[in-house]
Design a protein around this ligand. Structure first.
Ligand code: ACO
Length: 325
């Protein structure tokens, strides 16, 4: 039976020029390169320049994705930006990016699910494209977490960085069979009981300030392995694929030990997991599209490859997207 699917036409990414290494961080907070590498796998992160905003990062990534897709910005009718670090409280960063790209039709809005933002945004775009409301979407994950970190808190400031990634999706008819291209399944979940384990201690309605990220790392770690493994298992059961049929696992890049824990639990071979966090740390909503871009540039994402993306973030929120490239 013919169906409409959201086919991934292009991917792009952008990292700010300034690189902050572990060794450099160790000069300002009580930490070491060895501790950070051993506990997280992170070696460096990128930091946005003064005057460089989330929208700038997102627009760079979006432009690259559009060029690679061979799609003119005027053909885009949906712009979704996943971010927890918007330029302003409003308007949405997506609307600013829409304007920067020269898109004036359709709709643009932000999605806020912290580190799960990209998965939530993909699920949202997919729902709109499959029901025929829009034809071509650009889904962006863009963050400037450096602006919400407490740079004196060694338990959090070593983990995050700035960056952006984007994909172009196009509604295309497919056969409804096993070889269909495009997004095959999306699963998004949340549970607000865990808010106090990972949050920002400010906001327009509470403190009238932006606030700083606060986290109980050990508890987040425990939930991450459990919840991400659960949503991957759910995805495999609903779609009828086995873990060993997935060509590429493109996880949210939070911590190498979380990725190892999930891989071990589900029996995923290490050589099928894209790991980029050494280079840019946890970039929240940007981390999956940055990892997709990394895989694309290394020719790991040829047409027909089965790709599983997953994430967990503040809220908690978590989810997974299965797609055939
Ligand atoms: N450098 C040196 N020592 C440190 C640092 C640091 N940067 N940070 C903490 N420590 C110390 C602690 O103070 C503690 O010292 P103590 O034993 O004297 O009290 C010791 O190291 C151990 O601290 P733990 O918090 O138990 O260390 P743990 O092994 O759990 O690692 C970490 C901490 C890396 C944060 C880990 O818990 C983690 O990765 N959690 C997941 C958090 C995460 O990835 N969040 C991202 C958002 S959610 C998501 O994206 C999935």
């Amino acid at each position: 039976m013919a169906v409409i699917r959201s086919v991934i036409r292009g991917v792009g990414a952008y990292l700010p020029k300034r690189i902050l290494t572990n060794a450099e961080l160790a000069k300002t907070v009580d930490t070491t390169d060895e501790w950070i590498v051993e506990r997280t796998g992170i070696r460096a992160r990128h930091i946005a320049a003064d005057g460089e905003y989330t929208s700038d990062l997102g627009a760079h990534a979006a432009r690259q994705a559009l060029v690679r897709a061979g799609i003119d910005p005027v053909e885009i009718d949906l712009v979704i930006c996943a971010t927890a670090t918007p330029d302003r409280t409003f308007p949405a960063t997506a609307v600013r990016i829409q304007n920067m790209l020269g898109v004036t039709k359709g709709a643009a809005f932000d999605v806020q699910a912290v580190c799960s933002g990209f998965v939530y945004a993909m699920a949202t775009a997919d729902a709109f494209l499959r029901t025929g409301q829009f034809k071509r979407a650009i889904v962006i994950g863009a963050e400037t977490f450096s602006r919400i970190l407490d740079w004196e808190d060694r338990t959090t400031c070593v983990l995050f960085g700035d960056g952006a990634g984007a994909v172009v999706l196009e509604a295309q008819p497919q056969t409804g069979g096993r070889n269909d291209r495009g997004i095959l399944s999306t699963t998004i979940r949340s549970d607000g009981r865990y808010e106090d384990l990972l949050y920002v201690d400010g906001g327009p309605s509470t403190t009238k300030t932006v606030g700083h990220l606060r986290m109980n790392g050990r508890e987040v770690f425990r939930h991450a392995v459990q919840k991400i493994s659960g949503v991957i298992e759910e995805t495999l059961v609903t779609t009828g694929y086995a873990a060993n049929e997935i060509d590429l696992f493109v996880p949210h890049q939070a911590n190498k030990r979380i990725l190892d824990g999930i891989a071990k639990k589900l029996g995923i071979p290490e050589n099928r997991i894209v790991v980029t966090l050494a280079e840019h740390g946890n970039t929240s909503a940007a981390s999956i599209p940055l990892a997709l871009n990394h895989a694309f540039e290394r020719h790991l994402l040829g047409e027909g490859k089965l790709v599983l993306m997953e994430s967990m973030g503040g809220g908690f929120t978590w989810g997974a997207v299965l797609a055939r490239w």
